[in-house]
Write a protein that binds this ligand. Sequence first.
Ligand SMILES: [Fe+2]
Ligand SMILES: [Fe+2]
Length: 256
Amino acid sequence: MNEHVHAPTLSERADEIEEKMMHDLAERIASKSVLFGMADGKVEIFDAAAFKAKNPDKYFLMGADPRLPKMPEKPTLIDFFNNRFASLNHLLQSATLALKNGHSEKIVLACLLHDIGVASFIRCDHGYWGAQMIEPYVDEEVSWAVRMHQALRFFPDPSVGYEYPQQYINNFGADYKPEPYIVREYERAKNHKWYMSARLICVNDIYSFDPNAKVNLDNFVDIIGRNFRQPEEGLGFDDSPSAHMWRTLMWPTRFL
Ligand SMILES: [Fe+2]
Ligand SMILES: [Fe+2]
């Protein structure tokens, strides 16, 4: 038996939390936001003051995290696709299908961007997050459609052959019922002039990755160029209402 095994003291526990909440990058300390810890079932915050008291010569990171892919000074949407979106397959396959089905560039762009919330940021309410990120840069109809696909995907529309996805039954159980806010959003969207644009995101949403499909972001560069108002200053630096979201994605471990 190891005589040194003991219940952690309060200060050891604090050190443990501290370690989990930050990463020492030699020069700078990368901070872990409270939200990141919640994914592990913990609501806890890194005690920066206590850490500084013990490590007066250390500083916190206030910019790029060297562990993450480097972003250019004036990042474009394509740079985020390449360096911050964890998976492109689903987005590219959905957009490819929309293109094949002969939809307008607006719909193709909506399909290409519909799940950037999930691909880069957060799953919960991903349609809302994604719509907010792109709102200043796309036609209003595109961001509206991305926002509303969040709700519409839970409701069938036989007029366009859209069934409740089998994948949702597999993922959430047969008894999952959308919450009232989702139902209310669906009711609002159903009577909206752009209903079909949001619905077409669901219709072209590919629920399973086809490993044989050949998809490439290059096929969409022109559509992005014509339909996404890339700010000259770079996404994140143009003072738009969602610039902070792109910056956060660029610098997720910045102290403040
Ligand atoms: Fe989605
Ligand atoms: Fe999707």
